[in-house]
Structure formats: structure tokens, C-alpha cells
Ligand binder design. Structure first.
Ligand SMILES: Nc1ncnc2c1ncn2[C@@H]1O[C@H](COP(=O)(O)OP(=O)(O)OP(=O)(O)O)[C@@H](O)[C@H]1O
Length: 253
């Protein structure tokens, strides 16, 4: 078992009157892929967004409880959410490159966070991030071309390169393959497996096959509750809870 990277205690989330997350306690390991699964509306994305305070941007959303990353309370008023999101990167369902060149998409974060002292260092970060995101070979001769001109799968890898360019410690992925074809999906899944050498990766997925392929730990959510959290193999072959069993066998969801 790897070290614990994220500790969430008694987390509750409300959107106005809707109680979306009900007293969730979970410990997420470093250098591990953790999958969040469960039926639509069970709270997977809401809980994922708690981990880098993306819910702060939703007026009616109220987050309670305690979330620590490396022992530090991420909801402490001293924490700057912009800095936090550089440390806890995020990749969304739909590839959303900036309307800028491939180079500038990746260079943007390191620039605003002052991670490069000069152009040569910035070039190096861009190349390293694109290599890590398995996009360098396809992109190296067109770094000035717009990011939006890439294929869907390439755009998603560009967004992954952008997220890892700020040297995050955690990468959150909210259904990162749902807009991709099977080949692009396989490439991103392969990449996720490599990324876990460097970070803690947390992925929300609708696909149980994907969770089984990419993750080592799986958390099953149902109606805002974290029902079961265990080794991925255990969840899919021998779950403890009847609700998990029903979901993985296709009876609910
Ligand atoms: N911005 C929002 N405003 C109000 N309610 C919201 C908002 N986002 C989510 N909810 C509600 O919170 C609950 C959990 O939603 P969430 O999107 O986290 O579920 P999910 O498991 O990720 O679903 P899906 O798999 O369909 O994406 C649902 O009842 C949803 O309607």
C-alpha cells in the first residue's frame, strides 16, 4: 500500500436543499489510480470537485467536513484555490483546450505560476509535459498551431499535458474518455497507467470496464453515500455490500 495522499473526513455537500454527498470518509493513496464509480447522480463528480475546491465556483454549493492533502487542510482560509488547483490538476469530460497554440496551452500554467526562469526552461517544461502526455511526436512540428485544431483524442492529451505542466501532485479526471473513440480511449488509459508513477490519479468513470482496466482502488458511490471502497479486484469480484453487487452486475444504475 502506498502512502496516503488525500484524507477526507465527514464530507457533506449540499446544493441548496439537495444533499449530494453524505458523510463521506475516504483515504486516497499516492501513486495509485483510484476510480469513483456509481449510478448517474450519485455524487461522483461532486466529490471529485471537492478535492481541488472546484465547487467553490458554484454559488449554491456548500462543502462541510475536512479534506487534507499531505496533512494540509485544503479548505483553510489561508489556502489560495488557484495555487491548490496547480497542485491538484483536473481534466474534464470534454477536451477544453484554450483558443491558443499547442505550445501556449501547455506553457500557460507554468507561466502564471512562475515555474520557469527563462524561455529555455519553459520550452523544456512544454516538451516534458507533451512527452508525458504521449503527444510530443504528433505535436512537435506544429507547436504554433492552434490546440483546437487537433483531433478529439489529441485535444484530451493536450489537456492532460496542460494539467501536468504545473507539476501537480494529484490529477483529477472527470470521465476523461467519454468524448473519445476506442483508440483514443486506449491511448489515454495507457497514459493514466504511466501517470500513476508520478502522481495520485483519481478518475470518475461511467464505465466499469474502464475502472477495472485502469485503477487499483475503487470507490462505489450510491445516492450520495460512499458505499464501498476497496481494491479494484475485490470490488468487481467479491464486493461486501449488496448495493455494490447490484451495480456491478447491472441490476442498478
Ligand atoms: N451545479 C449543481 N447545482 C445543483 N445541483 C447539482 C449541481 N451539480 C450536481 N448537482 C446535484 O448533485 C447530485 C450529484 O450530482 P453529480 O453530478 O455529482 O453526480 P454524478 O455521480 O457525477 O453523476 P453523473 O454520473 O450523471 O455525472 C445530483 O442530485 C445532482 O443533481
Amino acid at each position: 500500500m502506498q502512502d496516503i495522499k488525500i484524507k477526507a473526513k465527514n464530507v457533506q455537500v449540499h446544493y441548496g436543499e439537495t444533499h449530494a454527498i453524505k458523510d463521506v470518509n475516504v483515504e486516497i493513496a499516492d501513486k495509485t489510480v483510484t476510480a469513483f464509480i456509481g449510478p448517474s447522480g450519485c455524487g461522483k463528480s461532486t466529490f471529485l470537485r471537492c478535492l481541488n475546491r472546484m465547487n467553490d465556483t458554484i454559488d449554491i454549493c456548500r462543502v462541510q467536513g475536512d479534506i487534507q492533502i499531505d496533512g494540509e487542510d485544503i479548505y483553510d482560509p489561508k489556502v489560495d484555490p488557484v495555487q491548490l488547483r496547480a497542485k491538484v490538476g483536473m481534466v474534464f469530460q470534454k477536451p477544453n483546450p484554450f483558443p491558443k497554440s499547442i505550445y501556449d496551452n501547455v506553457a500557460y500554467g507554468p507561466k502564471i505560476h512562475g515555474l520557469a526562469r527563462n524561455k529555455a526552461e519553459l520550452d523544456e517544461i512544454v516538451e516534458k509535459s507533451l512527452r508525458k502526455a504521449a503527444l510530443w511526436t504528433e505535436a512537435k512540428d506544429r507547436l504554433d498551431a492552434p490546440g483546437t485544431g487537433l483531433s478529439g483524442g489529441q485535444q484530451q492529451r493536450l489537456c492532460i499535458a496542460r494539467a501536468i505542466a504545473t507539476a501537480p501532485q494529484v490529477l483529477l479526471m472527470d470521465e476523461p474518455c467519454s468524448a473519445l473513440d476506442p483508440i483514443a480511449t486506449a491511448q489515454v488509459e495507457e497514459l493514466i497507467d504511466e501517470l500513476r508513477q508520478s502522481f495520485s490519479v483519481v478518475i470518475v468513470t461511467h464505465s466499469m470496464q474502464q475502472a477495472a482496466r485502469v485503477s487499483q482502488r475503487t470507490a462505489f458511490f450510491h445516492l450520495g453515500n460512499l458505499v464501498e471502497y476497496d481494491e479494484t479486484d475485490k470490488i468487481f469480484t467479491n464486493p461486501e455490500d449488496e448495493r455494490t453487487e447490484s451495480y456491478i452486475s447491472g441490476r442498478i444504475g
